[in-house]
Design a protein. Structure first.
Length: 316
């Protein structure tokens, strides 16, 4: 029995039954044996430069927020004299005094904003999801026309409709209540979220609806048990956007809320500015930092739902 020398090269000869190798086969073998080429833009140097540029851009965008946080820990008289973000000392008094600086403690304004945000979120989730299901799954007269009108309303600025809305709500006695800020959300007035959910529902196979209809399910059951559980990314995206937009809304709340006890966070922050006396910027910056914490937490915990919702609804 002949022993094979392990150091000998492997036999690369073609089988006797194989056809003779042509120039095409030789080219294929040469390409297969060639080492893989690295992308010229994926070298360590270019990757380091790219990350450095992104970090610099992130710091540049976050600098105003960092400066505001640093200014909230400085005495009021040196806030605009020291433009850097390095602190010589920490002044916690801006937070303690700013909490009680207005007519009511700042937690009152946080609760008011929380009530408006909660009502707006519930209203948008319920009404916009129902309207989106109707546009995506039901057939009715003038469906395309109504959908086009809904899309056109996205481009309609709020300043155009705020006067007739104020007149109507004033006649109803809703001024200085949270109703003008919450009730319209129950009527699917935010067309952006309707469009977002319509795009998402259109991506759900209609075979699921047909299978449920064979089992005897009607539209309410199909919506609640089939479509709604699959709409979690779109619903989460609606929740996050509604929270951020409503929490930061100033114009609408300024129009309808004039009593200090009903002020929301944006109106309370605006109350720190006094045209007749010196503005305490330290306290205002401190309460601004407090008002940013809920938005930061919502975005932090809902980021993956936000990205997934945008990526699966066609908004990207």
């Amino acid at each position: 029995m002949t022993k094979t020398d392990p150091a000998a090269p492997a036999n690369t000869a073609r089988p006797a039954s194989a056809p003779p190798a042509g120039p095409h086969d030789a080219a294929v073998d040469a390409v297969a044996q060639r080492p893989p080429r690295r992308h010229p833009l994926r070298t360590p140097v270019t990757s380091l430069i790219r990350h450095a540029i992104l970090i610099a851009a992130a710091v540049l965008m976050l600098y105003p927020v960092i400066w505001m946080v640093a200014s909230s820990l400085r005495p009021n008289e040196i806030i605009f004299r020291e433009q850097g973000i390095i602190l010589d000392s920490f002044e916690i008094s801006n937070y303690t005094e700013g909490w009680e600086a207005l007519s009511y403690p700042f937690n009152v304004y946080l609760v008011n904003s929380g009530l408006v945000v909660l009502g707006s979120i519930i209203g948008n989730l319920v009404s916009c999801s129902l309207a989106a299901y109707a546009f995506a799954r039901l057939e009715f007269t003038g469906k395309r026309i109504w959908f086009a009108i809904m899309l056109v309303s996205i481009m309609l600025p709020i300043h155009v409709i705020i006067v007739p809305q104020y007149v109507m709500f004033s006649q109803l006695g809703w001024v200085n209540t949270f109703l003008p800020l919450i009730v319209p959300k129950l009527l699917a007035t935010d067309a952006f979220f309707v469009f977002l959910m319509v795009q998402f529902i259109r991506g759900i196979p209609r075979e699921l609806d047909e299978a449920a209809r064979i089992d005897g399910a009607g539209h309410p059951r199909i919506f609640l048990q089939i479509i709604l559980p699959l709409m979690v990314p779109a619903l989460a995206t609606t929740t996050i956007f509604t929270f951020i937009w409503t929490w930061n809304d100033f114009f609408s709340q300024l129009i309808y809320l004039t009593k200090p006890g009903l002020y929301t966070v944006p109106l309370a922050l605006n109350a720190f500015q006094d045209a007749q006396s010196a503005t305490d910027y330290g306290e205002m910056f401190a309460m601004s930092v407090v008002s940013l914490i809920p938005i930061f937490l919502v975005f932090l915990f809902g980021q993956r739902f936000l990205i997934k919702g945008i990526a699966t609804t066609g908004i990207k």
